[in-house]
Design a protein around this ligand. Structure first.
Ligand code: MG
Length: 170
C-alpha cells in the first residue's frame, strides 16, 4: 500500500473504555509497559487497562465487537495473558480488512502512579505492537481530582479513540 496509490479511504472512528481494580501482589502493566508501583491491576489477563481500551476502540472502528468477544475471560488460555497479544490481534484485524490505523489516543485516569515519565515508553511500545509510527499514537493521563473510584485509588480507568481507514469499495 503506497501513499500515491489511487485509493479512497473511509475514515472509521471507534472508542473504548475500561476499568480494572488496583490490588496488592500484582505487577502494574500500563500500555504494555511495566510500571514500578506498590500495587497492580486485577484481572483475568495482565489487566492492562490502556491496551484493553485501545483494543476496544479499534474493534469499535471496525464494528467487530469488543475485546470480551475475541478473548473471553471465561477461557482459561487468556489467564494472565500478555495484553500485547490482544493489541497485535486488533492490528491484524485492521490489516485483514485492508485498512490502516490513522491514529490512536489513550487517556489513563488515575491519581497515582505518575504517568508522564512513562509516556515515551508507552507510545513506543503501542506503536511497535500496532506497526505504526510513534507519531500516530498518543498517551496521556489525567486525575479525577480525588473524586470517585479513581480518586480513591481503588482502580485505574482508561479511555481510547482510534481512527481506522478502510478502503472504499471500487
Ligand atoms: Mg479489561
Amino acid at each position: 500500500m503506497h501513499e500515491n496509490e489511487a485509493k479512497s479511504w473511509l475514515p472509521r472512528i471507534g472508542n473504548g473504555f475500561d476499568v480494572h481494580r488496583l490490588v496488592t501482589g500484582r505487577p502494574l502493566i500500563l500500555c504494555g509497559v511495566a510500571i514500578p508501583f506498590e500495587r497492580g491491576l486485577e484481572g483475568h489477563s495482565d489487566a492492562d487497562v490502556g491496551i484493553h481500551a485501545l483494543c476496544d476502540a479499534i474493534f469499535g472502528a471496525l464494528a467487530e465487537g469488543d475485546i470480551g468477544r475475541h478473548f473471553p475471560p471465561s477461557e482459561a488460555r487468556w489467564k494472565d495473558a500478555d495484553s500485547a497479544a490482544f493489541l497485535r490481534f486488533a492490528a491484524e484485524r485492521i490489516a485483514a480488512r485492508g485498512g490502516r490505523l490513522s491514529n490512536a489516543d489513550v487517556t489513563l485516569i488515575c491519581e497515582r502512579p505518575r504517568i508522564a515519565p512513562h509516556v515515551p515508553a508507552m507510545r513506543a511500545r503501542l506503536a511497535g505492537l500496532l506497526g505504526v509510527a510513534e507519531d500516530a499514537v498518543s498517551v496521556k493521563a489525567t486525575t479525577s481530582e480525588r473524586l470517585g473510584f479513581t480518586g480513591r485509588e481503588e482502580g485505574i480507568a482508561a479511555l481510547a479513540s482510534a481512527l481506522v481507514l478502510l478502503p472504499l469499495a471500487p
